[in-house]
Design a binder for this molecule. Structure first.
Ligand code: 13P
Ligand code: SF4
Length: 319
C-alpha cells in the first residue's frame, strides 16, 4: 500500500507538470478509475471517453483502457499526445475484424449503410458510415431504419443480433464476439436468479441472446451504472466485466452486486469475467509513460479524416 500511494503521488505530480489528463474505462483497475476522477479526468464508458478526450484542453491524454479507445482519442484530436499504459492492450472484437476482410465483406453488400462498433481499428472505422457504442447503437440503428436504410453491422454478433431483435431493422452481421461477455452462461444464470428471487439482472449487450433475455436492463457500462442507482432493488446480478463492480459498489453502498456466472464456473468465480487486455493497465504503466513519453498512440494521418467522419456523426447524434 505504501508503494501504491507513492506511485499515485508521483503520477499526480507528473500529470500536473505535463499538463496531462487521465481518461479511464470502468473495466480498468480501481486505482486508475479513482485517480482519473480525482485529478480532473474521467472514468466512463467508451462513448463519453471519446467526447471527454476531444473536448478537454489538455495537450496530453493518458488513456487507460484498450487500444481502440486510444486510437479514437487520437483520431478526434490529432494535435494531442495520446499515451497508453500498454500498447498491447487490444480487444477480441478489433482482432476479429481485419480491415481487408472487412473491405471484402462490405463489397458484398454495396447497398447497405455501414454501422461499425467503436471496438475496431482506425482502418475499419475509415470504412464506416456510422460509428456506434453500446450506449447509442439502438437509437442510431432505429433512426437509420426509420429512414429506410439496410444495415451492414460489425463486428459484435451478439450486440448486432440484440439490435436487430429490438429494432426489426434489416441487418447483415459480422460474426465477432467479446471474449469476456461471450462466456456468460444462461443456464447457470437461471439458477442464480432462483437463489436470489428479488434480484434485478443487469446485462451488457455483448452477452449471448439467452443471457440478454433474462435481463431487467440491457445496456452499456454507463447505462448499467445508472440502472443500479435508479432501480428499486437491493440485490443485482451483473453480466459484464467485473471491473465494473468497483463503481457499482462504491456508488451504491446499500446494495449488493453479484457477478453473473461464466463458462464452467459457478457464481463464486471471482476472476473469470475480466478482460485480459483491460487488465494490462496499471499504475506502473501510467507512471512509466508519464516519465518517458513512451507508448504513444499513432494513427496513420492519411486515415484520420475518413475515420473521423463516422465518429463525428455519432458524437453529434448523441450530443
Ligand atoms: P461500453 O461502451 O459499454 O463502456 O463498452 C466498452 C467495452 O469494451 C465493453 O466490453
Ligand atoms: Fe473488447 Fe470484450 Fe475487452 Fe471490451 S471486454 S475491450 S469488448 S475484449
Amino acid at each position: 500500500p505504501a508503494e501504491r500511494e507513492a506511485l499515485k503521488a508521483r503520477i499526480r505530480t507528473l500529470l500536473r507538470e505535463r499538463g496531462a489528463v487521465m481518461v479511464s474505462h470502468y473495466y480498468v483497475h480501481p486505482d486508475l478509475q479513482d485517480l482519473a476522477e480525482e485529478t480532473g479526468g474521467i472514468v466512463s464508458d467508451s462513448l463519453e471517453m471519446a467526447r471527454f478526450g476531444r473536448d478537454h484542453p489538455a495537450r496530453t491524454l493518458i488513456v487507460s483502457g484498450v487500444r481502440f479507445m486510444g486510437e479514437t482519442a487520437k483520431i478526434l484530436s490529432p494535435e494531442k499526445t495520446v499515451l497508453m499504459p500498454d500498447l498491447d492492450a487490444t480487444c477480441s472484437l478489433d482482432l476479429g475484424c481485419p480491415e481487408g476482410d472487412f473491405a471484402a465483406f462490405r463489397a458484398q453488400h454495396p447497398d447497405r449503410t455501414v454501422v461499425v462498433y467503436a471496438n475496431t481499428s482506425a482502418a475499419v472505422k475509415a470504412q464506416a458510415d456510422w460509428l456506434v457504442t453500446s450506449s447509442c447503437a439502438l437509437d442510431i440503428v432505429r433512426a437509420l431504419r426509420d429512414k429506410g436504410h439496410k444495415i451492414l453491422w460489425a463486428p459484435d454478433k451478439h450486440l448486432g443480433a440484440y439490435i436487430q431483435r429490438e429494432t426489426g431493422a434489416d441487418m447483415v452481421l459480422w460474426r465477432g464476439s467479446c471474449v469476456v461477455h461471450d462466456e456468460f452462461k444462461a443456464f447457470e444464470l437461471e439458477q442464480l436468479r432462483r437463489d436470489h428471487p428479488g434480484a434485478k439482472v443487469l446485462v451488457h449487450p455483448e452477452s449471448p441472446a439467452e443471457v440478454v433475455a433474462q435481463a431487467d436492463v440491457v445496456g452499456s457500462t454507463s447505462q448499467i451504472l445508472r440502472a443500479a442507482a435508479e432501480l428499486d432493488a437491493t440485490v443485482f446480478i451483473v453480466a459484464t466485466d467485473n471491473g465494473m463492480m468497483h463503481k457499482l459498489r462504491t456508488l451504491n453502498p446499500g446494495k449488493r452486486f453479484i457477478e453473473a456466472p461464466t463458462a464452467g464456473n459457478s457464481a463464486t468465480c471471482k476472476s473469470c469475467a475480466h478482460c485480459p487486455w483491460m487488465a494490462m493497465n496499471g499504475l506502473r504503466g501510467v507512471l512509466e509513460v508519464l516519465e518517458t513519453g513512451r507508448n504513444e498512440i499513432h494513427v496513420d494521418p492519411a486515415l484520420i479524416p475518413r475515420a473521423r467522419q463516422p465518429i463525428d456523426r455519432m458524437l453529434a447524434f448523441t450530443a
